[in-house]
Design a protein. Structure first.
Length: 315
C-alpha cells in the first residue's frame, strides 16, 4: 500500500502543519496556520528560469495579512527509499521557493529508510551546498510521550506509530490505531488509520485488522477493497487501485478484473476532486464514470490531484 502510506503522511501535515516543529521540539517561527499551496508550484510557467521539476510533495505557506514580509514556507517530503538526487534537489527547491515567496523556507523530510536518514545527516554538514532539513524518523521521534498520551496530540501519535510500525514495531502500530479513535472527524480518522496499517507488512496488517471492532474493520476493508487507497493522488496509489482490480480478475475472469480496476480509478478521481473541494456537476460526473479507457482515467486522476476546477481535467 505505498500510495496510502505516502499520501497519508502528507495528509497528516495538511491537518497539522506544525507537526514536525512540535514533535521535534523546535519553536514555531511564526504564529499562523500554513495551508497547502502545492498546486501553485505545479503550474507551468512561461519563464524557463523558474524551475518546476523535482519539487517537494507538499508546499504549505502562511503570510501575515498585515505585514507581507512576515510568514513561512514549509515543504514536506515522505521518503521510503534512498534517493541520492535529493542531495542536489532539496537546496534547489528551498532556494526557488524562498525567492518566490520571499519568506523563510523550511524543509521537512519524513524518512522511513535508515540509509536515507544517514545520507541526510551527512549532507547537513557539507561539503556545500549543505542540506538543511527537519529530519523526522525513528531516531528523532521517540514513542514517548506521543503514544503514551495520544489525547494531547492524536496526529503526532499517528505519525510516531507509522514511523515505528515501518521499522517493525507492531505494538506501536496497535497503539497508534487506538489513538485514531480520538480524532473526531470520521474521514480523517479512517484515513489516518489506513496510513498506520499501510506501514506494516501484509501479515501484520491483517493481524491488527482482525483486532479492530467489527464496524471499524469493515469500514477500513471497504476502503481498501474499493480503491486500493483512501487518500489517493500519487501514481503509486493509482497503480494500486488498478492492481487490486486485476487481482480480483484472476479469480473472477480477466474482463471483470479490468472493470474493477476501471471503477477503482473512477472512485480515485471523484475522491480527489472532493478532497480538493472541486464542484462536479452531473454531466461531468457522468463523463468520468462513463470513460472506458484506463489510460485516460489515469491521466484524469493525475490532473485531479492538482485541479482547482473541473474544466482542468479535460483540457
Amino acid at each position: 500500500m505505498p500510495g496510502t502510506l505516502h499520501q497519508g503522511i502528507l495528509a497528516l501535515f495538511r491537518d497539522d502543519p506544525w507537526l514536525a516543529f512540535d514533535i521535534l521540539d523546535i519553536p514555531r517561527p511564526v504564529d499562523g496556520t500554513p495551508i497547502d499551496r502545492r498546486a501553485e508550484v505545479e503550474i507551468e510557467d512561461e519563464d524557463p528560469r523558474k524551475v518546476r521539476q523535482g519539487f517537494p510533495d507538499l508546499v504549505m505557506v502562511w503570510r501575515d495579512a498585515n505585514d507581507e514580509s512576515q510568514g513561512v514556507v514549509i515543504t514536506v517530503e515522505a521518503q521510503n527509499d534512498p534517493d541520492e538526487h535529493k542531495r542536489w534537489r532539496i537546496p534547489v527547491f528551498q532556494a526557488v521557493l524562498a525567492d518566490e515567496h520571499r519568506l523563510p523556507t523550511w524543509a521537512v523530510v519524513v524518512s522511513f529508510n535508515e540509509r536515507m536518514s544517514q545520507m541526510l545527516r551527512a549532507w547537513s554538514v557539507g561539503p556545500p551546498p549543505k542540506v538543511d532539513v527537519l529530519l523526522v524518523d525513528v531516531e528523532t521521534v521517540p514513542k514517548s510521550p506521543w503514544l503514551d498520551e495520544p489525547i494531547e496530540r492524536p496526529t503526532a501519535a499517528v505519525l510516531v506509530a507509522t514511523l515505528h510500525a515501518r521499522a517493525g514495531d507492531v505494538d506501536a502500530a496497535r497503539r497508534g490505531l487506538r489513538a485514531t479513535r480520538l480524532i473526531s472527524d470520521p474521514a480523517r480518522r479512517r484515513r489516518h488509520a489506513m496510513t498506520i496499517l499501510a506501514a506494516l507488512p501484509k501479515h501484520h496488517r491483517d493481524e491488527l485488522m482482525g483486532e479492530l471492532p467489527v464496524e471499524e474493520r469493515d469500514e477500513l476493508m471497504d476502503i481498501e477493497r474499493e480503491s486500493g487507497t483512501y487518500f489517493v493522488g500519487h501514481q503509486a496509489g493509482l497503480e494500486q487501485g488498478l492492481e487490486q482490480g486485476l487481482e480480483q480478475g484472476l479469480e473472477q475472469g480477466l474482463e471483470q478484473g479490468l472493470e474493477q480496476g476501471r471503477r477503482a480509478l473512477v472512485e480515485v478521481i471523484l475522491a480527489l476532486l472532493a478532497e480538493r473541494g472541486v464542484e462536479l456537476d452531473a454531466r461531468n460526473e457522468a463523463r468520468i464514470r462513463g470513460c472506458e479507457e484506463l489510460v485516460m482515467l489515469q491521466r484524469l486522476a493525475r490532473r485531479a490531484a492538482a485541479a482547482s476546477a473541473v474544466d482542468e481535467l479535460f483540457e
